[in-house]
Design a protein around this ligand. Structure first.
Ligand SMILES: N[C@@H](CCC(=O)N[C@@H](CS)C(=O)NCC(=O)O)C(=O)O
Length: 221
C-alpha cells in the first residue's frame, strides 16, 4: 500500500474528520504536524489554493479539503467498514447532509470570531443549522446512515463537539439538550464508538487553546 500522510494541526475539527476516517478504516498513516503561523513549504506546495490543513498525501499525491479527503478515503478503501450507504437514494441523502454540514457548519466558526450583535446573528445561524439537523436529518436513527457510523456522522461530529467548546468561549449556549434531544443522544452514541472515543481531543484543553485564540482575534479586529 502506498504511504499515507496526513498534514494537520490539532485540535482542528477538519483534521479530526480525516483522522477518524483513516482510523475507522484501519489505514496506517503518518501524521505530519504543521505550524499554521509558519506554514511549511510542503503544505504550500500541496495546497497552493487554500493553504490550509488537512492535506492527505497518498503515494505522493495531495488531496485537500476535509470532506473531499473523506470521500477519497471511502473510495480508496471502500470496505471494513463502508462509511456510505449502498442504496443510491440513501447515498444521495448522505451527500445532501454532507453538503449541508459543509455549507452551514461554518456558522460555529463565525460565532467564534464575532462579538456583540454579530455574535447574536451568527448564533442564530448556528441554531437554525442545528434545528434543521434535529428535525430533518436524524429522525429516529442511531447514526445518520442508520445503524452504523458513516461520513455524515464524521461531518457533524466535528461541528457539534467543537460547538460545545465555542459556546463556553463566547458565552452563548445554543446546543441545549431539551431543544435538541436527538442530536444530544446521537452525540453520546457517536462519542462511544471506540475509534472516536480514542481520538477525541479533550474539551478542557480545547477551551484553553480556543480562549487564547479568540482573545487574539478580538484584539486584532
Ligand atoms: N474547508 C476546509 C477548512 C480547513 C481549515 O479551515 N483549516 C484551518 C485550520 S482549522 C487552516 O488551515 N487555517 C489556516 C489558514 O486559514 O491560514 C476543510 O474542510 O478542510
Amino acid at each position: 500500500m502506498a504511504a499515507v500522510k496526513l498534514h494537520g494541526a490539532l485540535p482542528s475539527p477538519f483534521v479530526y474528520r480525516a483522522i477518524w476516517a483513516l482510523k475507522l478504516k484501519g489505514v496506517p498513516y503518518e501524521f505530519v504536524s504543521e505550524d499554521l503561523s509558519n506554514k511549511s513549504a510542503l503544505l504550500l506546495k500541496y495546497n497552493p489554493v487554500h493553504k490550509k490543513i488537512p492535506v492527505l498525501v497518498h503515494g505522493g499525491k495531495p488531496v485537500c479539503e476535509s470532506m473531499v479527503i473523506l470521500k477519497y478515503i471511502e473510495e480508496t478503501w471502500p470496505q471494513n467498514p463502508s462509511l456510505m450507504p449502498n442504496n443510491p437514494y440513501d447515498r444521495a441523502l448522505a451527500r445532501f447532509w454532507i453538503k449541508f454540514a459543509e455549507d452551514k457548519g461554518v456558522a460555529i466558526w463565525k460565532m467564534f470570531r464575532s462579538t456583540g450583535q454579530e455574535l447574536q446573528n451568527t448564533a442564530k445561524e448556528a441554531l437554525e443549522m442545528l434545528q434543521n439537523v434535529e428535525e430533518h436529518g436524524l429522525g429516529e436513527k442511531k447514526f445518520f446512515n442508520g445503524d452504523n457510523i458513516g461520513l455524515v456522522d464524521l461531518a457533524f461530529g466535528s461541528i457539534v463537539y467543537w460547538l460545545q467548546v465555542i459556546e463556553d468561549v463566547v458565552g452563548v449556549k445554543i446546543f441545549v439538550s431539551h431543544k435538541f434531544p436527538r442530536l444530544h443522544a446521537w452525540l453520546e452514541t457517536f462519542k462511544q464508538v471506540p475509534i472516536i472515543e480514542e481520538n477525541l481531543p479533550n474539551q478542557n484543553e480545547m477551551l484553553v487553546v480556543f480562549k487564547r485564540r479568540r482573545e487574539q482575534l478580538v484584539a486584532s479586529a
